[in-house]
Write a new protein. Structure first.
Length: 276
């Protein structure tokens, strides 16, 4: 439901303004990357991918259950956004600002804050490295109402509310937009069918994940590490990227990883990988 509501660009823009604390004129949502229902697609994307008029990129995800390693999850999302931009020919010196935003229905750091903002800061001097990357964790369990906008607090209260409380009047125009959108979605036969299909896909993935999750997760981690190393050596062809991501043999991936670390170019990597 969260993703279905957030694909409305006006609602997404209003939310991003609340989250980051500065005005945004316009956002564009990559709908094909944000919510996918294809029955043959494995690894369903449920996060929201957007960019604004300044080319700033945003990745938003709802976290309803406490998970470990959220920091590394954020690092992975940042690398994915950068990799996709570099694959399209973007020079690293022109990479736009990027925000990864988690909406957590729990307190991820136990400090009772509604908003935690992280940037790369020098430990010794407090100076920012100014790499343009920011990670924000919004928590429904904060109690520092004096430190954040009232509208953000009301939104997080709405997120935490149960089904019965989700329809009450929060005296907030943004929440009314969300409630109206939710009503429209629930009354839409097409969206109802999509949600039913999505639920079935998630059930299948959870069942398969209990058996295959560890092996697939390890393989994916190695594949992503290979691609991160290769991107410093040049443009990665789509065919090569797909081949690496689809490889499930961790022994082969380990060999690819060692090769990527010593290869001086993508062409050299491709030549040598054919011998493995």
């Amino acid at each position: 439901m969260f993703d279905a509501v957030m694909v409305h660009e006006e609602i997404c823009r209003d939310f991003l303004e609340l989250a980051v604390g500065f005005p945004i004129e316009k956002v564009e949502i990559s709908k094909e990357k944000s919510m996918i229902y294809h029955p043959e697609y494995r690894g369903i994307r449920l996060d929201i991918i957007a960019r604004d008029e300044n080319r700033t990129h945003y990745n938003v995800e709802m976290q309803v259950a406490k998970k470990s390693h959220l920091g590394k999850r954020a690092r992975y999302y940042h690398s994915q956004m950068d990799m996709e931009l570099l694959l399209t020919g973007e020079d690293y010196r022109e990479l736009p600002a990027a925000y990864v935003i988690f909406i957590c229905d729990f307190d991820p750091f136990g400090q009772k804050k509604y908003r935690y903002t992280f940037q790369n800061i020098c430990t010794e001097t407090g100076l920012s490295i100014a790499d343009g990357s920011t990670t924000i964790f919004l928590s429904t369990c904060g109690n520092n109402t004096a430190e954040v906008p009232e509208k953000l607090v009301k939104f997080l209260e709405f997120v935490r509310a149960g089904e019965a409380d989700s329809t009450r009047d929060y005296q907030d125009s943004f929440i009314r937009k969300i409630q109206k959108s939710m009503e429209d979605i629930r009354s839409s036969r097409e969206m109802e069918e999509k949600f039913m299909l999505l639920e079935e896909l998630l059930k299948d993935e959870r069942a398969e994940g209990r058996v295959e999750g560890r092996a697939e997760g390890k393989a994916l981690g190695k594949a992503e590490s290979i691609l991160l190393l290769l991107q410093d050596s040049g443009m990665i062809p789509d065919e090569l990227r797909s081949k690496i991501l689809e490889e499930q043999d961790t022994d082969i991936l380990s060999k690819y990883l060692k090769l990527a670390a010593r290869a001086e170019s993508v062409a050299e990597f491709m030549k040598e990988m054919d011998k493995i």
